[in-house]
Design a protein around this ligand. Structure first.
Ligand code: GRG
Length: 291
């Protein structure tokens, strides 16, 4: 099921990049390279599945789904830069600044970020008021109270001992905020009224899977290998970053993962009038993923 969604998203991303960038430029090539070659597309799939649970068809939600992936692609390019994690491998290939150059990588990230908002603003499938809410939601999640703050906390934390609450706060911003925004953007594709109880349940689901995604990422950084991950295995440990297995031990981290998964599933049960089976299904993928 997820492979089909991934193919649809990849096709649409290709069209968006073609439409919004100057196709002959090195910039467009770097954007294409970093966005289209690889990636699981978890965030855009979450947009589509969340929309599906509110009865919205995939075609209606595909543009917001792509917008989220563009923000994610920008974050990965910038995260890999020498001034940040200084990584040479991403999605099984050379990182953008290695394949091109540092200036092009910075500019590609900048461009992807603005492209995401241009794309959302142009999406005539969505009523203007919901489009505005989507733009606000995505900007908030990726900006200085969301992902960028998380990345900044991450840098402050290198080599320091964090409490489990501090670690959780960092990941809620760095990884969780965009995952939560993905789920909320899916709901905003619907023109039907979403009750406060449903919104709360959806946010709780998203927050639990967002953190679960990160716990599994920390586990995989230890137990997997570079080839499977498509990024440098052991990078967190090498950079002396605080992680769940470091704080809780491997068994503790696995237990945390299981509890978060249960929380995600029980949140979905609080939306009995919606068909959330696909959101439940992807939560299994998130906690069991191997790459
Ligand atoms: C540079 C502002 C700025 C933010 C970067 C998200 C992020 C913040 C950095 C990524 C660093 C990282 C490896 C975090 C762990 C969780 C994570 C986001 C992994 C990558 O996401 P996947 O596994 O990647 O969904 P694919 O390649 O499948 O899209």
């Amino acid at each position: 099921m997820f492979e089909n969604y991934k193919t649809l998203i990849d096709d649409e991303l290709q069209k968006c990049i073609h439409q919004l960038s100057d196709n002959g430029s090195i910039l467009a090539r770097a954007i294409h390279y970093s966005t289209l070659l690889g990636g699981k597309r978890i965030r855009p799939i979450l947009v589509l599945l969340s929309a599906d649970s509110f009865g919205v068809k995939t075609e209606q939600a595909i543009t917001p789904a792509c917008a989220v992936e563009l923000i994610h692609a920008y974050s990965l390019i910038h995260d890999d830069l020498p001034a940040m994690d200084d990584d040479e491998l991403r999605r099984g290939q050379a990182t953008c600044h290695i394949a091109f150059d540092e200036a092009t990588a910075i500019l590609s990230g900048d461009a992807l970020q603005t492209m995401a908002f241009e794309l959302l603003s142009l999406d005539s499938n969505i009523p203007a008021s919901n489009r505005l809410k989507m733009i606000q939601t995505l900007a908030h999640a990726s900006g200085p109270k969301g992902m960028v703050l998380g990345q900044s906390i991450d840098f402050e934390s290198v080599g320091r001992q964090l409490s489990i609450e501090q670690l959780e706060n960092m990941h809620k911003h760095k990884t969780g905020a965009l995952i939560e925004a993905s789920v909320m953007l899916g709901a905003l594709c619907s023109s039907t009224e979403i009750s406060f109880a449903e919104e709360t349940a959806l946010k709780n689901y998203a927050s639990a899977i967002g953190l679960a995604f990160q716990v599994q990422d920390d586990i995989l950084d230890i137990v997997s290998d570079t080839q499977t991950l498509g990024k440098t295995q052991g990078a967190d440990v090498a950079l002396n970053k605080p992680t769940y297995p470091a704080l809780l031990g491997m068994d503790g981290a696995k237990n945390k993962l299981m509890l978060l998964h249960e929380e995600a599933l029980s949140s979905l049960q609080k939306m009995p009038e919606r068909n959330t089976s696909k959101l439940a299904e992807i939560s299994y993928f998130i906690v069991k993923r191997t790459l």
